[in-house]
Design a protein around this ligand. Structure first.
Ligand code: AHR
Length: 504
């Protein structure tokens, strides 16, 4: 049996987490909006058509910020189509996903939904077919108090108070040839700068995210980042990263090693940001917004057969299995370990489209396997991220060398009273006995320990059996003096929560 060790010290601090690390994303795509968050006539729908059962699951995930309305969709979107009386809103051909967009949900409606779901909107502006003018008008519509054309339009539409949108994305994946109005780094750098400038002139309190590469495999990465930031450095606060993984060749050890790629992607983007800062003799750091990350591959084949020009077809409906949940757990660990520079991250997406939450039209909502690691990290992963010293055996896989069998992130709550260890055992064959040295944490006792494990790595939850893969209590924990010893099942996601016992 493998016997890795973890040493914790409360002075080994990576960073305090920004709660927006646990954000998500809703795009006008497939059944994310229509039939997902919005389904008038559904038994659980409220007076505005929002499904309360979906909102309850979003609340379980404790999502602090949701990016909207795209994604690829935003690059052809006219925001004006989605505000005002619903009966006057146009139906349009949506070119990114080849559907019909009814515009029955738009900016104001989404803000309403966010308020009900207890989350903040993060809006993207269209830099594909549009530019600075429409973007500054949208900021005026959302954030200006009153007494101007667009702020008064919002008031006329029933929203007296400004929406107060803080974080804005300057377009989406503008480096991608698939993007409506895709651009070279120079072209995008220029339009992003001019757009950022006028958006901040309308509301200087907003924060802006420039588009980074749509993936580390793009031929233009990381030259794209340095060129874009050389233009935009003075005006933007973050640069975006996007990553999706899949296990297409059914090589699980290699699949579970993919977070080494994610980690190196983050570090290379940080290097690009710091290079531009140095070149400009700048003072501020550009931080990272990892605003699309997840597993995405199960639905690719099905989507290729999709009939175009229908309303809200089931697109990108990946049904996630157990090994996907373990990878999502590893991705969360990677984000936490890089939380000194990754300040925003969005699990892409939230409902029905590559999502932790699924709905049946007219029927129930249910939790996918990936729901659980995200829920654990979002609820227990906020605070001070510590840098654990991990001694673990390693393996080599098809694309990676020195992959540690054990990966872990450790979070101390801000009040110093709770310590959470997220740990993944990557081994497909063996459970492992982990010794964790807690000498800096006298008086801490075990509060709860959970594991997500399964003998069938391809086990899924689905509408007929939504609770096949769920977390259970982690047994076999010993706590003696300053050492806690835990037996992690083979290939598993684990959460160990300790708390200060005030009587000790
Ligand atoms: O999340 C699905 C799609 O993935 C988004 O629309 C796009 O930005 C990315 O390529």
């Amino acid at each position: 049996m493998k016997k890795p060790e973890i040493l914790l010290d409360k002075d080994f601090v990576i960073s305090k987490t920004d709660e927006r690390l646990f954000g998500s994303f809703i795009e006008h795509l497939g059944r994310a909006v229509y039939g997902g968050i919005y389904e008038p006539g559904h038994p659980a729908a409220d007076e505005k058509g929002f499904r309360a059962d979906v909102i309850n699951l979003v609340k379980e995930l404790n999502v602090p910020i949701v990016r909207y309305p795209g994604g690829n969709f935003v690059s052809g979107y006219n925001w004006e189509d989605g505000v005002g009386p619903k009966e006057l809103r146009p139906r349009k051909l949506e070119l990114a996903w080849r559907t019909i967009e009814t515009n029955q949900v738009g900016t104001d409606d989404f803000v309403d939904w966010c308020r009900k779901a207890g989350t903040e909107p993060m809006l993207a502006v269209n830099l594909g077919t549009r530019g600075p003018d429409e973007a500054r008008n949208l900021v005026e519509y959302c954030n200006h108090k009153s007494g101007s054309f667009y702020s008064d339009m919002r008031i006329k539409n029933g929203y007296k108070d400004p929406h107060g949108i803080k974080v804005w994305c300057l377009g989406n994946e503008m480096d991608g040839p698939w993007q409506i109005g895709g651009k070279t780094a120079e072209e995008y750098g220029r339009i992003a700068t001019e757009t950022a400038k006028v958006m901040k002139w309308v509301d200087p309190s907003i924060e802006l995210v420039a588009c980074g590469s749509s993936g580390s495999g793009m031929a233009t990465f990381p030259h794209w980042e340095t060129t874009v930031l050389e233009h935009t450095y003075d005006y933007v606060d973050y640069i975006s990263l996007h990553t999706y993984y899949g296990n297409r060749d059914d090589d699980t050890p290699n699949y579970l090693a993919r977070t080494l790629d994610m980690d190196s992607f983050i570090k290379r983007v940080v290097a690009a940001c710091d290079y531009v800062k140095a070149k400009k003799r700048g003072k501020k750091n550009i931080n990272l917004s990892f605003d699309e990350w997840n597993v995405w591959y199960h639905s690719n084949e099905q989507d290729r057969k999709m009939e175009p020009w229908t309303i809200a077809p089931p697109q990108l409906e990946d049904i996630y299995n157990f090994e996907d949940a373990v990878l999502v757990g590893l991705m969360l660990i990677t984000l936490l370990k890089n939380s000194d520079r990754v300040k925003i991250a969005c699990l892409a997406q939230l409902v029905n489209v590559i999502a932790p939450i699924m709905t049946e039209n007219g029927g129930a909502a249910w939790r996918q396997t990936i729901f659980y690691p995200f829920m654990h990290a979002s609820n227990y992963g906020r605070g001070i991220v510590l840098n654990p010293v991990i001694k673990s055996e390693k393996y080599d896989s098809k694309d990676f060398t020195d992959v540690p069998y054990l990966d872990a992130a450790v979070i101390l709550s801000e009040d110093g009273n709770e310590l959470t260890i997220f740990a993944v055992n990557r081994s497909m064959d063996d459970s492992m006995q982990v010794d964790c040295e807690l000498r800096c944490f006298p008086g801490f006792v075990l509060k709860e320990a959970l594991t997500l494990a399964n003998d069938d790595k391809k086990a899924v939850n689905d509408k007929s059996n939504p609770d096949r893969v769920v977390p259970v209590k982690l047994e076999q924990i010993e706590h003696k003096d300053s050492k806690i010893t835990v037996r992690l099942p083979k290939m598993s996601w684990n959460v160990i929560r300790l708390g200060l016992d005030k009587n000790k």
